[in-house]
Design a protein around this ligand. Sequence first.
Ligand code: NDP
Ligand code: MG
Length: 390
Amino acid sequence: MRRVSILGATGSIGQNTVDLIARNPDRFQVVALTGGANIDQLAADARALKAQLAVTAHAGHYQALRAALSGTGIEAAAGPEALIEAGARPADWVMSAIVGAAGLAPGLRALEQGATLALANKESLVCAGRLVLDTAQRHAARLLPVDSEHSAVFQALIGEDISAVERIVITASGGAFRDWPLEALKEATLEQASSHPNWAMGQRITIDSASMFNKALEVIETKEYFGISPEQIEVIVHPESIIHAMVGFRDGALMAHLGAPDMRHAIGYALNWPDRRHLPVARLDLAQLAQLNFRAPDAARYPALALARQVMRRGGLSGAVFNAAKERALDHFIAGRIGFLEMAATVEAVLDRFETDPGLIDAPMTLDNVTQTDHLARIRADETIGARAG
Ligand code: NDP
Ligand code: MG
């Protein structure tokens, strides 16, 4: 029996993970599940999977969670500290699927106890790549990618020498607005940005797909996880989302990973690694697909991609600034306070403002410094947006 925990169990990735684990009850012993506001789902899954511990991120939901679990013997806990403790509960495998920088600290704790960390939370690598990798190394813990592109690259690299890699190409669907006229983007609504042409995902990553901030995060994630230089990372728009990534080798070979757009593949791969087991994902009918299309991403449509390049050039804690400013800009877009295109403008302005005090970005990458930088970048984003609105 493998002991497993799911951080962010009530989300889109979390629910797919719950599904895969529930199909194999005799292979897994569930240690901890965490969620946020969705107490009913959290309690139902904790009961169904016979978890030891259920944690909500919000202290205000503690009583509701406790009540929902009464008589089950399942421990209930709440708040950010309890989330971190959930990550620290001894387990063999931990899914990191909290959305945003909030996933960083619990994931680090999972690595510190030597667990294999299945990383859906790309923000961890964007904010604190070196810290995450060093923590894994120090505790002999393994980090497995769950993002579909990175899982694809990981699989294409099996048995290969990273020094023979010339380039990594990650695909992007282009999101909800890939075929919109550029002028119309300014007026794009929350509802329009919240639907994805191919993937069913949480609302935040869906909007980040429309703006390509998701791909921007993924480019940085690729650099951090695989340790290759930014110039070796390419993004190609591939509207069908069938090829998830390609690895180009120095002899000219380009190895592609194909699959239906279903996150249960990448999650199940990480869950079963290093084995491959049957997974309940659709098999591709290539004759029916008939063709796959590609186009270069349009820099004017997707300014987030250039910002990611700027962040990789800058290094230090600029990834934490970038991610936090993006999260805050997204909060404001969701709340209807800024337009779709103002998200990238806000992030750019916050990155520029940090350059007036470079000491902050060049501080050592500790969890405290990352957390403080994240906090300050959110304040700067609020100020920028306030300034814009005013
Ligand atoms: P969702 O929004 O669907 O779920 C997020 C999860 O995090 C939920 O369990 C939510 O709880 C919880 N949560 C929200 N805010 C906090 C907080 N402040 N502290 C602790 N927990 C919190 O997100 P996704 O599942 O779509 O994405 C999760 C992560 O995986 C993200 O990093 C995303 O980029 C990444 N990812 C997602 C993919 C996808 O297909 N969805 C693909 C590749 C990567 P509740 O809902 O109960 O409030
Ligand atoms: Mg992805």
